[in-house]
Structures are given as C-alpha cells and as structure tokens.
Design a protein around this ligand. Structure first.
Ligand SMILES: [Mg+2]
Length: 265
C-alpha cells in the first residue's frame, strides 16, 4: 500500500541515525529514497494480483530485487536474492511484515488476510515468528480498513499474535534499540500506528523509536493509512518520486481491491 512506501521513503534517512525525536525536520528529507521495503511491497502486490504461490512468489521477489540491487537489503536476504535457490531460509526478520500490506488490502475477510499474509511470508520467512509478524501486521491493516477503533484493533491483534501492545510510544522509546527481528519490530510499529493522531504522527512515532526506521514506518504506514488516510500533499510528493514499475504495481493493487488510490495534489 502507498502508506508503506511513504513510511519507507521518509524513514530511509533515519535507518542508522538512531533518531529519538518526533520533531525531525523536514518530514521528507531531500535525500530520502525507496528501499527494500518498497520494492518488496510492490513485488507482493504483483504476486497476489497474479494469484501466485510459493516458488512463483520467490521468483517474483528475485525479479524485483535484482532490478533494485542497491536499496538496503538485509545480509541474508541479499545472499538469497542472488542465489539460485527458490526455497525459504527460515527467516524471522521483519522483512515479512514490511512487505505484507497488499495482502490486507486485497483480503475480503479476516481469514483471508491471515492466509494471504502467510502465503507472502513463507517463500523466505518460513520461521513461525516470520509468519506471525506478517500476519499480525496484516490483521492490523485489515481491521483498520474495516473501520475498527484503535482499542479494538489492539485487543484483536494482541489476542491473535500474543504480542504485548499495551505500551505507549513514549514508554517504548528510551530503551528501544535497532533490531531487525519481527518480534522486536512488528509490535512496536503497530503501537506507533494505533497511538497516532493522524498519518504523519504515526510515521513520526515510528522514526522516533531510533531503530530500523524505514521498516518500522513501512509497517506503521499502511495501518495509519487505513485509519486516517494520507495527506494528499504527502502522497503526491512520494508518488512523484516513485519509478514507473512501482506506480504501476500500486495502481493495479488499489484497482483490484476496489479502492481509489490515495488522492494526490
Ligand atoms: Mg529498508
């Protein structure tokens, strides 16, 4: 979803900066760029639009990934990307959750959201924590798209995943450190979106944890998009920076989901 790409784009310059404040400026830094989170979100969108499974999705990830060789790939994913295997590597990295939002947008039920999330995780992240992270993130987006309130989303995602989502962003921030596992990224990112007052606030929450900022924001972004919508000026700014293949994947994703692309002015 576009909210994931916007989160990734804004967060990209903060990934290794350990930014610990919400008051960073400008919101969209001139050096901001799309990273692996955006590339694979588009790959997941295309894979689901084509009803792909397993090895076909792995091939889709490799085709998109090799087209964008330098965009912050994790070490193990990059090894897999350039290898000849189409088998998963047992990952529980946050990559399964950062790319999952198209599953939630396309799903027509809670069960389908969870099933599509599992299908998009398993080609690489077949560790139970990798699958759980993707499913929890997708469930949060799905429930937000259904118009559920933050408290109801928190309760349901917590009950499904076992994640503790009770802390506030201010409570998480002081001791939070850079971490690329699902277990230490997904619950925090969900909290950032559920505690937010609007879309921008969710992204600022995610960056302010001082961790894997682009991925935290790429997970929080689509939840916040579903809750609040995206400011049209921000959507335009990031859309203008998107390459054609990403625009095309996003346009077809929203069309298939029967939802308008976020407005851009
Ligand atoms: Mg990234």
């Amino acid at each position: 979803m576009l909210g994931a790409l916007i989160g990734d784009f804004i967060g990209s310059v903060h990934e290794f900066a350990a930014t610990k404040t919400k008051d960073f400026s400008p919101l969209v830094h001139p050096s901001a760029q799309f990273t692996d989170d955006s590339v694979l979100t588009c790959a997941v969108a295309e894979a689901l639009l084509a009803s792909e499974r397993a090895e076909a999705i792995a091939r889709r990830f490799k085709s998109w990934g090799r087209r964008y060789p330098r965009c912050g790939w994790g070490l193990r994913f990059r090894e897999w990307l350039w290898s000849s295997t189409l088998l998963p590597y047992g990952s529980y990295g946050n990559g399964s959750a950062m790319r999952v939002s198209p599953a939630a947008l396309l799903a027509r039920s809670r069960e389908e959201a969870l099933e599509l999330a599992r299908i998009t995780a398993e080609p690489t992240h077949d560790h139970p924590e990798g699958i759980r992270g993707a499913q929890a993130a997708a469930l949060a987006v799905h429930l937000a798209l259904q118009g559920e309130a933050a408290d109801a989303i928190r309760q349901q995602v917590q009950a499904f995943s076992g994640y503790d989502l009770s802390a506030t962003v201010d409570e998480i921030r002081p001791s939070y450190r850079f971490n690329e596992t699902c277990q230490q990224t997904v619950p925090q990112a969900i909290v950032c979106a559920l505690r937010a007052t609007d879309f921008e606030d969710a992204i600022r929450n995610a960056v302010s944890l001082g961790g894997d900022a682009d991925t935290l924001a790429a997970i929080a972004g689509p939840i916040a998009e579903a809750r609040f919508g995206i400011p049209a000026e921000l959507a335009r700014q990031v859309w203008d920076a998107m390459p054609d293949d990403m625009r095309d994947a996003m346009a077809r994703l929203y069309e298939q989901a029967g939802r308008p692309l976020p407005a851009r002015v």
